[in-house]
Write a protein that binds this ligand. Sequence first.
Ligand code: PGA
Length: 251
Amino acid sequence: MRRKLLMGNWKMNKTTVETKEFALQSVEFNKLALENNIDIGVAPSYVSLATFKSVNPDMICAAQNCHFENNGAFTGEVSIPMLKDINVNWVILGHSERRTYNNETSADCNLKIKALLANNMTALYCCGESLEIFEDGATKEFVKTQIVEGLEGLTKEEVSKIVIAYEPIWSIGTGKNASKEIAEDICQFIRSVIAELYDVLTSEKVRILYGGSVKPVNVKEYLSMPNIDGALVGGASLAVESFKELLDNIL
Ligand code: PGA
C-alpha cells in the first residue's frame, strides 16, 4: 500500500520569518497527518530550509534543486552534503520552471537522482508536457522520454524509492487543472512505463503525484484515483490555512 503524500512547492516565496510562522503552525497537523498514514511536506527556498527543519523537524522538508557534485567550482549552487548537513533529505528535481528558465534536462536530473540515492535521500522527479504537446496528443510520448531519461541506469530498488510528479505545464499556476481522468490516465501510463522498464511489482511501489492548480476544492478527487498517490501543490500550499484545508480534505 503506497502512503499518500501531500507536498507544497513554495517556489521563490517566503522569508525565513514567514517560513518559521508556517513551520510552527504545521507541527500539530503534521502529527495528525502521520497518525492517518499521510506524509506531508513543503519545499521552501534554500535560505529557509534550516529554519523550517529547526522548528518542525518531523515534517518532510525538500529543497527545490541541488547539484550532483559534492563540492567544487559551481558558483551559486548547493550540494547534497550541504542539504544533509541541515537534515534536509528530500529534493524536487526537474520542475518545469527549472526546465524552462534554467535549461535543466532529464539527463541533468538523472545525475542528481543518482547522487541523491547514493546519499539515501529522496528525489521527487517532475515531468509534464506543454500545452502545444498536449494539444498535439503527444503527451504520452513526451512524458515517456522524460521518465526513461530521468531513471536511466537506476536499479529496481532505487526506482522504488523515488517519487514522481506529473505536472502538465498548462495547468501550473493557471487555474486550468487537468481533469482527474486526464491526470489518472497519465499517472497510470507513467506506472506502466516503469513496469515496462523494470517490472509490475516495482511500478506498484513508486509514488506518483499529480500537480497543477491543485486546490482544497479539488484535491480529494485526484487522490481518489487509483494511480494518483498524492499532490504537488504550488499556490494553495503557501498559506498555512489553505495547506491545512488540503490535508483536511484528504483525511
Ligand atoms: P500550482 O503549482 O499548484 O500553483 O499550479 C504547482 C507546481 O508548480 O508544483
